[in-house]
Structure formats: C-alpha cells, structure tokens
Design a protein around this ligand. Structure first.
Ligand code: FE2
Ligand code: FE2
Length: 209
C-alpha cells in the first residue's frame, strides 16, 4: 500500500488521497511508514525503529537544529523501513545499504539539506571511528556489528573526501544523535509533533527547485 501511494504521487495520480495537497499526502505517508513499520527492532538495541527515529529527532530539536536536520534525524533510517529484506538483515551478514536506499526514497520530495545527511550518516560513523580515538569504544553492540559490514573506520583518503563534503558537519551531528537515540522507554513527543518540520522542508525544496 505504501509503495503504491508513493508511485501514485510520482505520477500525479493521488487516488483516494487526491483531495489532499502534496505536503499533506507526504506527511501522512511518512507518518504511516514510521507508525506501521516502526515496530521493527532497531538492530540489537532495546528500542524499535519508531522510538529510535523519534529519539533522534527529539535530540536534534532540543539541540536547536534547523528543520532540515530535525527532518533528516527523523527519517535517517527510513531505508530500513522501505525494503523487504526482513527486520534485521545484518544478523544474516547483509548490509541493506539503507543510507542509499533512504536517500533515493527521500530525494523525490527533499533537497540535499535533508538527503545528504541521511546518505552520509553511515559514513559519519566510519569517519568518527577514524577521527576520534575513543568513539569506537562508545558504540553500541549493533553499531559495532554493522560497522564491520559497512567497511570499518575510514582510511586517510576517505577522511579527506568526507571532510570536503558540504554536508559532512550536519551528517556528523546526525550521527551523534543516532548513537544517542537508543534509550529504552524514553518518553518523546509523538510522530505528529515532528511532521511540521517535514512539511516545511518539502515545501522549501519544491519552491527552491
Ligand atoms: Fe542508520
Ligand atoms: Fe539510526
């Protein structure tokens, strides 16, 4: 159903949601994905995908980040929620490439201020493991497991390339919230609280071409 709706939007055929504006339709779809697919556990951690997304966005909002970074935090793992590889492909040694899947899914509605931090959030983990000697020791067990599948800490050449990306700083900030967003039973605002940020970014992107 979710994929069908996305396809309908791409073709400008909104079907039963045709009376809604694009922004309303988009935020409703994103809300449905997080609420509907968010029950999947977040790797080996004690939280599910929904709680993880909300905690990451909540950390960004509390830190005073802009709407684009709050949106990127909320949606950084949406790639895990829009594939059919099961709840935890990493346990079978499969890297679902969720950062690239997420970028491609999101770029239909958002600009690089949202999609680039999402694309780079795995690279940011590899960056921090190489650039900050004590970062690896702070990683949760699921992050250590996925790090190996994702290529391990960056090489010197990769560090230089990463730092040259204009969205590297935002991705690194996102990555710190990502790692912090695994607290069991932490109370956060609901998905609806963050949807105005999502709508604002989509609107800005479409206005800005
Ligand atoms: Fe991720
Ligand atoms: Fe994450």
């Amino acid at each position: 159903m979710i994929g069908l709706r996305a396809g309908q939007m791409e073709m400008g055929q909104l079907g039963q949601w045709g009376w809604l504006s694009m922004d309303q339709d988009l935020v409703a779809m994103i809300s449905e994905i997080i609420e509907g697919k968010g029950h999947r556990l977040y790797g080996l951690s004690a939280v599910n995908q929904r709680a993880h997304a909300l905690q990451a966005a909540w950390l960004a909002e509390q830190a005073g980040c802009d709407a684009a970074l709050i949106t990127a935090c909320l949606l950084h793992d949406i790639g895990h929620m829009v594939h059919d590889l099961g709840d935890d492909p990493a346990k079978d040694g499969i890297d679902d490439m969720h950062e690239e899947l997420g970028r491609r899914w999101l770029m239909r509605w958002f600009g690089p201020e949202v999609t680039e931090p999402v694309r780079l959030h795995v690279a940011a983990k590899r960056y921090l493991c190489a650039a900050e000697p004590d970062y690896f020791s702070k990683l949760s067990s699921d992050s250590v497991r996925s790090l190996a599948l994702q290529g391990g800490p960056m090489s010197e050449a990769e560090l230089s390339e990463y730092r040259a990306n204009p969205f590297a700083e935002a991705a690194t900030v996102l990555r710190r919230f990502d790692e912090g967003a695994k607290v069991k039973d932490l109370a956060t605002p609901p998905v609806a609280h963050f949807l105005p940020y999502v709508a604002a970014c989509a609107r800005q992107s479409s206005q800005g071409g």
